[in-house]
Ligand binder design. Structure first.
Ligand code: AAL
Length: 430
């Protein structure tokens, strides 16, 4: 009886294999080359791994037809003064842009110091008035705009609280949440000059009844560093709240695994913490980190899920990613010149939407503006990552970098020596 069952099973496997190979035609069967007009549906023929991926891994077979592919365009913002770019004024790490009271609002790290920062590597020289990093000794500033291009700085929204409250050294890299009619600014709460041990901080939050404030410090750490030995034990950066399923989904970046022999020396990934109340408790997701790349957090509800702009660092930098379940991210597209530390205008960030419409613009920053490492500026970016816009002029994927731009990325002395040595060795082989 056992033997009979075995033979029946074997024949079923054999027949279904035959069936399968009959279903997938070989090139000889079809005697066809891959067609000039690429079929919308995956063709029934053998495909290379690359073409297979074109059908299986992306929303559309052409990036320019994909809602989650875009180029980025940049515009200089009017209304911000930087003291001639001497490093004494910095504006960086903008929040999402919100629209309230008939105008746009953005919040950001602002530093106005008598001297430019000494740099993280010389953090020991920092004092109460001499900053170490560009974002040391900073407060949270805000600006408003009628059109998104010309901005009027309104002043400090959230100042550094008195010592020993979290953030007494610097309050930076903020992002905004609107929840049940109240506003919340989450921020990196530094209690030491960046560079002394690293860029170590947890996240705290301030709240207000209006986007113009007054803002009230809670004095609480809402997203604490992880336990010793965990990926986010030192740094919880770039807190970024959205509303999903009636809860606050706050994404953040951690940097870890520092190894001097690599460039960059740290790995940067992103985690998720969820809370029912803006003041917490926030519960870190058990699958953290949920995004394996990217230096700063930039996300927006898209369809039923969430999309993320992943720039600068990591295995999957220069991608736009999508997580239908808000946790498990896949690459949706690969692009270039992504906005750094982008704070997009996300009209449905807090509406608990089940059909996120996407984004078309925001504010990002440019570090090393004017070649001065101690100074960062805010700029505007535009894009088409929206279900409601179809701007083919944003979908091109040919970038023309000028020779001057390329030559700026030149070989260093060590690399030149290695190249000369290789040529010498070749010549000696003769
Ligand atoms: C950034 C952010 C955080 C870091 C530093 C200031 O752009 O990732 O804010 O701490 O650099």
């Amino acid at each position: 009886m056992k033997q009979l069952t075995y033979y029946i099973l074997l024949s079923i496997v054999f027949i279904s294999c035959q069936q399968q190979s009959a279903d997938v035609k070989t090139k000889e069967d079809t005697n066809e080359e891959f067609p000039f007009f690429i079929p919308d549906e995956k063709p029934n023929r053998p495909l290379s791994a690359a073409v297979e991926r074109n059908y299986e891994a992306y929303e559309h077979i052409r990036p320019e037809a994909s809602e989650l592919y875009t180029q980025f365009k940049y515009t200089k913002l009017e209304g911000f003064d930087y003291n001639g770019g001497d490093g004494t004024i910095t504006r960086r790490d903008p929040s999402k842009v919100i629209f309230e009271n008939g105008k746009y609002y953005v919040y950001y790290t602002g530093r106005k110091s008598p001297v430019k920062p000494v740099g993280m590597s010389r953090a020991k020289e920092a004092t109460d008035v001499i900053p170490s990093a560009d974002w040391d000794l900073s407060d949270i500033w805000y600006a408003t705009s009628e059109d998104g291009f010309t901005w009027e700085e309104q002043g400090i929204a959230v100042p550094r609280p008195p010592k020993p409250q979290p953030g007494w050294r610097s309050v930076t890299t903020t992002d905004i949440l609107k929840f049940n009619g109240k506003f919340y600014l989450y921020f990196q709460a530094f209690m030491e000059a960046s560079g002394l041990r690293g860029d170590f901080c947890p996240v705290s939050v301030a709240w207000a009844d209006s986007p113009d404030g007054p803002w009230h410090h809670t004095g609480k750490i809402v997203i604490p560093n992880g336990p010793e030995g965990s990926w986010d034990q030192y740094s919880i950066h770039d807190p970024y709240p959205l509303v999903h399923d009636g809860k606050i989904y706050l994404y953040y970046k951690g940097d870890f695994d520092k190894r001097e022999e690599f460039k960059p020396s740290k790995i940067r990934m992103q985690g998720l913490a969820i809370a029912e109340d803006p003041l917490g408790p926030f519960v870190k997701h058990p699958l953290n980190p949920v995004i394996n790349s990217g230096h700063e957090t930039t996300l927006f509800p898209f369809k039923e899920g969430v999309a993320a702009i992943i720039q600068r660092d990591g295995q999957e930098h220069n991608t736009i990613q999508y997580a239908k379940d808000w946790v498990n991210f896949e690459i949706a597209s690969i692009t270039e010149m992504l906005p750094v530390a982008a704070g997009p205008f996300v009209p449905d960030a807090f509406t608990d939407t089940k059909d996120g419409r996407g984004i078309t613009w925001g504010i990002s920053h440019v570090i090393n503006a004017g070649g001065n490492w101690r100074h960062t500026i805010l700029v505007r970016f535009d894009c088409d990552l929206s279900q409601d816009v179809d701007d083919q002029d944003m979908k091109d994927h040919y970038y023309n970098y000028t020779p001057e731009y390329l030559y700026k990325h030149r070989l260093n002395g060590k690399q030149k020596k290695r190249i000369q040595q290789q040529t010498r060795e070749l010549k000696n082989q003769k």
